[in-house]
Ligand binder design. Structure first.
Ligand code: SF4
Ligand SMILES: [Zn+2]
Ligand SMILES: [Zn+2]
Length: 313
């Protein structure tokens, strides 16, 4: 590993095998912020008067995103950043709330919380238990991800947000792309983009300003930020296909540096070519009135499959 920063010759704190550069603390921070600014401007993610809801879980990704967006927002006083959190209903949620409150107070950002219980009258534990009892072929993560997507949209809509910002990094994106490819779900694959258009009054546009940053870069940046994190291991995590793909991708990247970037770029090209020229036809779910591309939304479908009553949210 080089000991000098490739840019300013100060002692380096990170080396990037895929680009051959080594960076010092300052140049590394600048590079992370630059990647986020580039993403925002390339996809025209933000407008100067936007009310931005940042999905904030307390983990490293959402903490870094929140801190950087709060900083960027200072240059655009007509815009606003609000942290939003959805509790899944796991046991240690009280501790999580304490950490989140500390961080949001430190960053002087408004914080709005809700839960699966509040929005869907369900907790993750109940879903996991029912999934096990019914021998569901889907992992708790599959249910949880679907509830989170719809729940965050509902919460962002409740606070009249113009954009919903997610802390997905490059690793998350490539993992999701591969998972949908493995499942043969091209419709869902086509929705994995750095910017997902909204539908007025229904679907808040989703942006992923960190889509071009590696997870390890974000992990290092979060250490430098020195903000407290909350990331206890989820009891259901290991059951997911995502974990297997993550492990495989990391091994592959170690052997062939740059693979994650190349896979991501290739997937974006594939997505562009499989997307129909028309916008996806959205409609109201027959059961809960949330937005969906089918007659019934994925949350209601899962509720039915697991034997929970469907409800209007
Ligand atoms: S690991 Fe899976 S089940 Fe646990 S919070 Fe994340 S998505 Fe939900
Ligand atoms: Zn430097
Ligand atoms: Zn529904």
């Amino acid at each position: 590993m080089t000991n000098e920063c490739s840019i300013c010759k100060a002692p380096s704190i990170i080396s990037r095998p895929y680009s051959g550069e080594a960076l010092c603390d300052n140049c590394f921070r600048v590079s992370v912020i630059a990647a986020i600014r580039t993403a925002i401007s390339r996809y025209k993610m933000l407008h100067r008067t936007d009310r931005i809801a940042v999905a904030y879980s307390g983990g490293k990704d959402s903490t870094v995103l929140l801190a950087i967006l709060v900083d960027i927002q200072k240059q655009f006083p007509e815009s606003e950043v609000i942290a939003i959190t959805l509790q899944e209903g796991n046991r240690q949620d009280k501790e999580r709330q304490r950490v989140l409150r500390q961080v949001t107070q430190q960053l002087s950002v408004e914080h709005v919380t809700s839960s699966y219980q509040d929005i869907f009258s369900l907790t993750l534990d109940e879903i996991a238990e029912r999934a096990q009892k019914t021998q569901s072929p889907l992992s708790p993560c599959a249910y949880c991800g679907t509830l989170r997507r719809q729940g965050l949209n509902i919460l962002a809509r409740r606070i009249n947000a113009d954009k919903l910002a997610l802390g997905h990094n490059l690793d998350d994106e490539v993992q999701s792309m591969l998972m949908n490819l493995v499942r043969g779900d091209l419709q869902r694959l086509a929705r994995i983009t750095p910017f997902l258009k909204g539908v007025e009054g229904w679907l808040i546009p989703r942006i992923k300003p960190m889509y071009h940053l590696l997870e390890k870069d974000i992990a290092l940046y979060s250490k430098l930020l020195q903000l407290p994190l909350y990331h206890p291991p989820c009891p259901y995590k290991e059951t997911s296909l995502r974990s297997e793909i993550r492990e495989w991708l990391n091994t592959f990247e170690d052997r062939h540096s740059g693979s994650k970037f190349n896979l991501h770029a290739s997937f974006l090209k594939i997505i562009n070519s499989i997307k129909s020229s028309k916008d996806e036809p959205y409609q109201k779910c027959n059961s809960c009135s949330e937005i969906t591309s089918q007659d019934i939304c994925a949350v209601c479908l899962y509720r039915q499959k697991l034997g929970f009553s469907t409800q209007n949210t």
